[in-house]
Structure formats: C-alpha cells, structure tokens
Write a protein that binds this ligand. Structure first.
Ligand code: FES
Ligand code: FES
Length: 165
C-alpha cells in the first residue's frame, strides 16, 4: 500500500509517495529530497543531530514518521540563509566558534532558531544550556554554542525592535 503526503520544505511544496509507513521524516529529507544537511547521528532521539523545524517547532526528525506530517511546513538547515546572507544564528556560530567538526552543527542551529522563537530562556545562559540540552556535541563546543545563541537572540531581538519602531 502506498501513502501520498504533501510537505512544504524550505518553502517548496513536495508531493511524496511512500511505500512504507515507517519512513521517518529524516530519511525522507535525506534520501528522497537530497537534503543531507540534516544529520543522522543516533537515529533514536538521543543526539539532536536531526533537528528540524516542523510548523515552527523543534523536532527530532529521526523520531517523526513522515506519514504523520502530511501538510506540514518543514524548515531544514538548507532553508535558513537568504542566498549568500547567513541566518543570524549561523553567523553567530561562526563568530563564537560554536563548532569543531561540524557534524552536530545543523541540528544545533535549527534547535537554536527554534529556541529563540520559543522565547522562553531570556538572556540566561543556564536556561539556554538547558533548552539546548537535547543537542549533543561530541567535540564539546558547548561554551561557544551558548555564546552564539545568546548573541543571535540579542541581535534578532534588536532587529525586530527596529522593524516595529
Ligand atoms: Fe535523531 Fe540523534 S539522529 S536524535
Ligand atoms: Fe563536532 Fe559538535 S562540532 S560534534
């Protein structure tokens, strides 16, 4: 039996036929849509390398069944920059050395973008660390990651203020 689903990924609509209801959103993104920026670390919800935004919320795509997300709006790391202009979170990760090998970085960045949109942490580094705790980094770049999230949060807040002034 085949399942038809429609997803919007990074603003582009995709009609996808699945021949297995167990296909995860992660495998669909990587293997069907060639969006390999989203990484498969553990494939069991423990590392956060596969984090994407689904309808604006952070999701471990290795735990998400694609068939359950018919009609969803998905954003992956490939969809956050505007042409050559990096997303403020991407720029802050570079500025603060928020990575070493880079394997966890797409998931960290998507999680940070979701966290900033959730607006729950304020400028408290401890709360940011806690809110990012589902994203593991084998290289231990946590100090830079926290600084990057803090800076990006502040720069996005000031550009929102300028826009609404
Ligand atoms: Fe999904 Fe590790 S690959 S949480
Ligand atoms: Fe290497 Fe995080 S930068 S795992």
């Amino acid at each position: 039996m085949n399942f038809s689903i429609r997803l919007t990924v990074n603003g582009v609509r995709h009609d996808v036929e699945l021949d297995d209801p167990r296909v995860t959103l992660l495998d669909l993104l990587r293997e069907r849509l060639d969006l390999t920026g989203t990484k498969k670390g553990c494939d069991r919800g423990q590392c956060g390398a596969c984090t994407v935004l689904v309808d604006g919320r952070r999701v471990n795509s290795c735990l998400a069944l694609a068939v359950s997300h018919d009609g969803a709006d998905v954003v992956t790391i490939e969809g956050v920059s505007r042409g050559d202009q990096l997303h403020p979170v991407q720029a802050a990760f570079i500025a603060h050395d928020g990575f070493q090998c880079g394997f966890c970085t797409p998931g960290q960045i998507m999680s940070a973008i979701g966290l900033i949109q959730e607006a729950q942490t304020g400028d408290d580094p401890e709360r940011i660390r806690e809110a990012m705790s589902g994203n593991l980094c084998r290289c231990g770049a946590y100090a830079g990651i926290t600084e990057a999230v803090l800076e990006a949060r502040q720069s996005l807040a000031s550009s929102n203020q300028r826009r609404s002034a």
